[in-house]
Structures are given as structure tokens and as C-alpha cells.
Design a protein around this ligand. Structure first.
Ligand code: AVI
Length: 742
């Protein structure tokens, strides 16, 4: 059983068969039920509210989404009988080709038909649709049903955004659903991720549904840019307000400034100050502003002004999509997460939380063609005067958005869950001399290492984004036995480990990577109630924390960005609590013995006198197994080794030609370690920033040590740091050990 995975608040748990791709019939049923479920706790009075012309009553959304299927799918079927002759007029939104319609701002005046009558309308159309879906349909009808389902998903979001606006007008500040609290604490240093110039592809091109406005997929030339790894938070917005952001026209576009003055904007929509505290209306009623959560309900004009004030800009939609393409669009704070408001997170939050305003006007892509027929009015006719937003929000149904998804609103509109992330222009491919900080520790280390008689570079510089991905690939190689062996060992030992742990233990992991092994412990050791991953790379820490948070909603996660080679300060409140340190993968083998003892001593201090440390160590074994693991036939380890040079080229303006180096893995028998080296194939001189280094043909740069231990000699190292082996588990060949130190 998976102890930590319990179902979070989910307004519409699908009925489809678990583990199988649902059929169109099942998806229709699930999506229609989900819409209904969203409204089940609302009174008839709630459902009739229209608080402004842009928003519609809940009841109208229920009827309009039904009208969509009736008009575009069922009306073409000879045997279908329309539910009511007036409904086409009442519930047509904007389709000129379908005919005249009731005025949008007057939708709230439709006290009739009643909620019950609209319920009957939905059932009538659902029955006819399910009959149709149970039989066969041609491709054109299937495409219209698919469009109708995506249309309904959009209205599910609008039901919640429009309802929030209506409830916000009520001095009683009604609650739609109870507040769900989050445990994720952001400790990731905000930074900008760099993207090089180049021709990239954006737009929908692949499998699955895409709206016409996402097509066709096409090439776009990007200039070098950087994108913030976090959304702008409420704390940052408060700074903007305190700095007079809403009072100084110099930050604002002319149209934006007109809005500020005409509407008296002084804060995001729904914010109000009470007794010196800022509160905001949410679907859980009026709540205190969470400083670390992303700001929401700001217009494009406000987002743009904030960016100018910060000396940055909004990203274009092409930049945003390029950055988002490699991510999983299903991960993030969506409606099913149950928060129904943006929440603080250590992740990048490209998907979910808030729709992100971009600097791009909503315009057709080159070669765009609207759909044929009346549904051609769905998107195309709005392609003027609006701005594109990307990424989905905390009230978007999970699975509805994708990297190419284009939402659009007028620049003054604020009632959507709309926020922003900053971007900036960069200059050239590699860092220019002026951009390189000669005092940077990375540059100092590289200069020092290349000045030694045996040139060396620290293996920690393998791990930029590419290096981390290459290491993941290494872990899957047939020759690289440590990962597989340790995972199998952890699965076997978990029940016994559980007996050594106190209830509600905190797992403190040193360097979390992809959390493959963490999951094994979380799935099998019920004593773990909290997880504290420590990693030097804020970005990957953020991503993995967010992924784990969605997989294990009951687990408290507090990520710490830090270098475990230095003292670590754990989050507050852990003193005296049972702590289990976790340092798998034989990563300790990449340290010198002195460094290993120092690490063990620091972890002893951090984890406290009652703390334990679960550590994986690779053991000495036959030469063939060892060397194959570090010089694989696919050349992945070679690419990983050379990546340190690519990293230096990019970050420090280095001029290494990677083809002039070869990878070597050598067993050093006296020091019990595999050594990784880069051998210069030729005599060469290489510059790094302002300094030059000569290498002779055959000369090596020593890049990594991978120590192999015996349990006995490791216990001597551990003893020097005050640890004793409480329990040890060892695999058969290839030999690997997991030790519980206390
Ligand atoms: C991260 N570390 C434990 C790996 C190891 O096996 O020492 C790094 C590695 N280097 C080459 N292959 C894998």
C-alpha cells in the first residue's frame, strides 16, 4: 500500500476505468459530471448571479455548454428533438452564424429557466449524446465532440472565476469551499534561467487535441533571453505598491495609466486592507495574503508596469512556450489540487497556479486557418486587441492545458487568475567578458585547478542541467550497476528499516536528484511524515519538490537550497524531532576521505544525537565490472565527463574544443577508486575568461574520484565522525551496501 498517497480534494473524481485511456464516451460522461459537481453546493440564488457584463451566471454556463453540444453536434442528427425552442436564443454566446441571441450583460436577469429546468436540459442533451457516443460516429462529428469537451473544460474554469467575482461583491464574503492549506515552503533562490538564441518551433503540431488558434506549428527566431524560475509573488507585489508603483505614471503604458486613474487601482483585484493587513477574496472567502504565493488578479497593464519597474519585461509567448515545452503540463497546482488559489511553491510553476500574461498580442500564427462552419467563430474572430496568457491556473482542470495552449483576454481585465513571470533580454551566445565575474567561486576553482601540475576540475561542475540529465541517463545504463542494485536493496531492507525508526520521522536527504530512491522509502516506510530535500540546484529541487508534493499530498515537504559540503541549517521546528539523514548512491565516494569524514561529522551535528543516517556505499569488486560502469559502450559517461568543459565554455567564456579531449576511466588500486580523466589528444592552449592554459598531448585533467569501500574501512571513516553502524545490508554481486549509522 502507498501510505502517503491519499486523495486530495477533487471536485470531480472521474468514473473512468483506472489505468486505461478513457473512451470518448467516458470522457464525455466524466467532464459533464465534473461540471455538475462544481455547482452542487451552490444555491439557486448563487447560480443566478451576474456581477458584471464580462462574467456569466453559473446557471448560464451550465446551459450554454449544453447548447454547444445540442447546436453543433445533435442538431445535425435527424432523430434529435431540441429541448426548448427558445434556448438557442438564450444560450448562444457569440455565434453570428447560429443567429440572434440574448444580450450578454443581461444574462443575470434570466431567473427563468430555473436551475431545475436547466438540469433537465442537461440530462436531455446528455442522454442523446451518450446514445450517439455509444454508436459509431464519423471523424468530423468526433472532432466536434472533442471541441465541445474542451469548451466545457474552459467553462468549468469560468464558473469558478465568475463565481469568485460575484461572491467578492457580497459583504458576507461567502465561502465556496473550505481553505486547503499547503505545506510547501519556498526556499529556492529566485533566479533567471538562460536561453540561447535560435530557431525554435512553437504551436500545436503533435497528437491529441489542440484549438485552431494554436496551429500551425511554425518556426520562430528567438534572441537570447532569460526567464525567471518563479512567478512574481505577493511579497514582490507589496514592494511594488510600497514603492508607489500605482502612483507613478512612468512605469505604465498610456492605456494602462488611464485605467489606473479611471478605476482608482491601488492593488490587485480582490485585495483590501484591514487594520494594516492585506486580505484578498478567494473561493475560501476573505483570506490573509500569503506573501510567498504568486500574485493573481492583475491586468496585463499592471503586469507590464511591474516588469518595467523591476527593469525587466514580460516574456513573449514564443519564449514562454520554448521554456515550457520540455515540462509535464499535467504537473502543477490545478483545480484538482484542491487549493483553488495560487500557492507558494518551490517549483517553477510554469503550469497551473496563475495564467501568465505574455508580451504577445493575440494574433493568428502564420498560415492560421479558422475551423470550417460556425465553430470557426470560436477563436479566430477575437484576434485583435487582446493579449496572450499561458500555462493554466489553479482553477483550470488538470490535463486541459499544454505548452502550446493560448488563452487571451483584454489587457485591462483582472478577474481571471492572471499573474506574471519576468523575462529579460540577454546579449550573446556565451557570456561576454564583461558579464563574467572574475571573483566567482566557479571561475576561481577552474583557474586554480588548471594551474596545478596535475590539472583538475571538481566533479561538482558536471551538474548543470545537461549534466544532471546525463547522470540520469547513466543511472539507466546496463553497465552502471549502482543505481539498480541500491534500489533493489532499499526495497528489500525497507520493512526492517521501519523497525529502527520512530513515528513521524523527518527524512533529510542530501542531494535529491530525481528522488527515485526517496520514493522507495516513502512508499514503504510509514514513519516518514516529513521530507527535507537539500540540493545545491534550486531549480531541480523546486521541480522535484513540486512533483513529490503532488504525488504525496499528505507529506510535509520543506526544501532547502544548500551545499551539503557546507553546514546546513534545517528548517525550523526540527530540533529534538526524530531525523533520518539519507545519502544514497555512493555519492560519498566522490569525496576525498578527509571530505567524507568532514561531511559525516557535519551530518552528525545537523541530525543531532538521536539522528540516524542511511547511507549507500559502493564496494570494491572485480575490475571489469568497475571499469565498464565508468566507460560505457554508448559513450554516455564520456559525454558526462566532457560536459564539465561545455559548462565552463558557457558560463565562464571558456574555449575548450570538446573533440580535442578523450574520456578515460582508470582504476587506482592503491586508493581504491575509479578516477575519471579528460585526456588532451593534442598539444593545445585553452583560454578560460582572461587566462590561458597549455596542455600537452596525453596530458590529463582529473575530473572525478569514485571511491569503492569495504564495510570495515567505511566503518573506520564513520567512527572518526562519531557514527556507529547500527545495521548494514549488502547485495550479492555486484556488491553494494546500505548502512544505517547511529
Ligand atoms: C554521483 N556519483 C555517485 C556517481 C559515481 O558513480 O561516482 C557519478 C558518476 N560518475 C561517472 N558515472 C557516475
Amino acid at each position: 500500500m502507498n501510505i502517503h498517497r491519499k486523495i486530495g480534494l477533487n471536485p470531480a473524481e472521474p468514473l473512468s476505468r483506472k489505468g486505461q485511456e478513457p473512451s470518448l464516451f467516458e470522457r464525455f460522461r466524466d467532464i459533464r459530471n465534473a461540471t455538475k459537481a462544481l455547482t452542487s453546493a451552490l444555491s439557486a440564488e448563487d447560480q443566478n448571479l451576474q456581477s458584471m457584463p464580462d462574467a456569466s451566471p453559473v446557471k448560464w454556463h451550465l446551459a450554454h455548454t449544453t447548447w454547444f453540444f445540442e447546436t453543433f453536434v445533435l442538431a445535425n442528427m435527424s432523430e434529435y428533438k431540441a429541448f426548448h425552442p427558445a434556448y438557442s436564443y438564450l444560450f448562444n454566446s457569440y455565434y453570428e452564424a447560429v443567429g440572434a441571441r440574448h444580450a450578454r450583460p443581461q444574462r443575470g436577469l434570466l431567473s427563468r429557466p430555473s436551475v431545475q429546468e436547466i438540469g433537465a436540459y442537461r440530462r436531455h442533451v446528455d442522454e442523446a449524446m451518450l446514445d450517439l457516443l455509444a454508436g459509431g460516429m464519423d471523424g468530423a462529428v468526433t472532432a466536434l465532440v472533442e471541441l465541445g469537451l474542451n469548451h466545457e473544460a474552459q467553462h468549468q474554469e469560468l464558473i469558478l472565476t465568475d463565481l469568485l467575482h460575484a461572491f467578492a461583491q457580497n459583504p458576507l464574503k461567502p465561502v465556496y469551499c473550505d481553505l486547503r492549506r499547503t505545506h510547501i515552503v519556498t526556499s529556492t533562490a529566485p533566479c533567471f534561467e538562460r536561453f540561447e538564441a535560435g530557431l525554435v518551433e512553437i504551436g500545436h503540431g503533435g497528437d491529441g487535441f489542440g484549438f485552431d488558434n494554436e496551429c500551425p506549428r511554425h518556426e520562430v527566431l528567438l534572441q537570447p533571453f532569460a526567464l525567471a524560475n518563479h512567478l512574481v509573488t505577493n511579497a514582490e507585489w507589496l514592494e511594488f505598491m510600497a514603492a508607489g508603483g500605482y502612483r507613478d505614471p512612468q512605469h505604465w503604458l498610456s492605456d494602462g495609466w488611464q485605467q489606473v486613474t479611471a478605476n482608482d487601482w491601488t492593488a490587485p483585484l480582490y485585495w483590501e486592507e484591514r487594520d494594516g493587513q492585506w486580505l484578498s477574496m478567494t473561493l475560501s472567502g476573505l483570506q490573509h495574503i500569503d506573501a510567498d504565493a504568486p500574485v493573481a488578479h492583475v491586468s496585463f497593464y499592471e503586469a507590464d508596469a511591474f516588469a518595467r519597474w523591476r527593469g525587466k519585461r514580460l516574456p513573449t509567448e514564443a519564449e514562454w512556450e520554448h521554456a515550457a515545452q520540455s515540462l509535464n503540463a499535467g504537473e502543477g497546482n490545478f483545480r484538482e489540487s484542491g487549493f483553488l488559489r495560487p500557492v507558494a511553491s518551490a517549483s517553477r510553476q510554469l503550469f497551473g497556479d496563475v495564467w501568465e500574461w505574455t508580451a504577445s498580442p493575440y494574433a493568428p500564427y502564420p498560415g492560421y486557418r479558422a475551423l470550417r462552419g460556425a465553430v470557426g467563430e470560436y477563436n479566430g474572430k477575437f484576434m485583435v486587441n487582446q493579449m496572450v496568457l499561458r500555462g493554466g491556473s489553479c482553477v483550470t482542470p488538470r490535463g486541459h492545458v499544454r505548452a502550446s495552449y493560448r488563452n487571451f483576454f483584454y489587457p485591462h481585465q483582472r478577474w481571471q487568475f492572471s499573474g506574471l513571470r519576468l523575462a529579460e533580454d540577454l546579449r550573446s551566445h556565451a557570456r561576454t567578458k564583461a558579464e563574467i565575474d572574475e571573483a566567482s567561486p566557479f571561475l576561481k576553482d577552474v583557474w586554480n585547478g588548471l594551474s596545478k601540475p596535475q590539472k583538475q576540475l571538481s566533479s561538482k561542475y558536471f551538474y548543470d542541467a545537461n549534466g544532471a540529465a546525463l547522470f540520469e541517463e547513466i543511472c539507466r545504463l546496463p553497465e552502471y550497476y549502482p543505481t539498480r542494485t541500491e534500489c533493489a536493496l532499499l526495497k528489500d531492507l525497507a520493512p526492517e528499516l521501519a523497525q529502527h525508526l520512530a513515528a513521524d520521522s523527518t527524512l533529510v536527504e542530501y542531494g535529491c536528484g530525481s528522488c527515485l530512491k526517496t520514493r522507495i522509502l516513502l512508499n514503504h516506510v510509514s514513519q516518514i511524515g516529513e521530507y527535507v530535500p537539500i540540493d545545491i540546484c534550486g531549480d531541480s529541487l523546486a521541480t522535484t519538490s513540486a512533483t513529490l508534493a503532488s504525488e504525496y499530498p499528505l507529506l510535509r515537504i520543506r526544501a532547502v537550497t544548500g551545499d551539503f559540503m557546507k553546514p546546513i541549517i534545517l528548517p525550523e521546528g526540527l530540533r529534538g524531532k526524530p531525523l533520518l539523514g539519507f545519502f544514497p548512491g555512493s555519492t560519498i565516494g566522490n569525496l576525498t576521505d578527509d571530505e567524507a569524514v568532514a561531511f559525516l561529522a557535519r551530518s552528525r551535528k545537523t541530525l543531532g544525537p538521536n539522528g540516524k543516517l542511511l547511507i549507500g556505499i559502493d564496494l570494491v569488486k572485480d575490475l571489469a565490472t568497475l571499469t565498464a560502469a565508468y566507460d560505457d559502450s554508448a559513450g554516455v559517461t564520456a559525454a558526462f565527463n566532457k560536459n564539465v568543459l561545455a559548462h565552463i565554455n558557457r558560463e565562464l567564456g571558456g574555449a575548450f574544443d570538446l573533440d580535442r579531449f578523450a574520456h578515460r576511466a582508470i582504476w587506482n588500486a592503491s586508493d581504491h577508486r575509479i578516477e575519471m580523466h579528460l585526456i588532451s589528444k593534442v598539444d593545445q592552449t585553452v583560454s578560460v575568461a582572461s587566462r590561458r592554459f597549455a596542455l600537452r598531448a596525453g596530458e590529463t585533467i582529473h575530473t572525478e574520484n569514485c571511491h569503492k569501500y569495504t564495510v570495515e574501512n567505511f566503518s573506520t571513516l564513520a567512527a572518526q565522525a562519531g557514527w556507529k553502524i547500527e545495521k548494514s545490508w549488502q547485495s550479492e554481486s555486484p556488491e553494494f551496501a546500505v548502512l544505517l549509522l547511529a
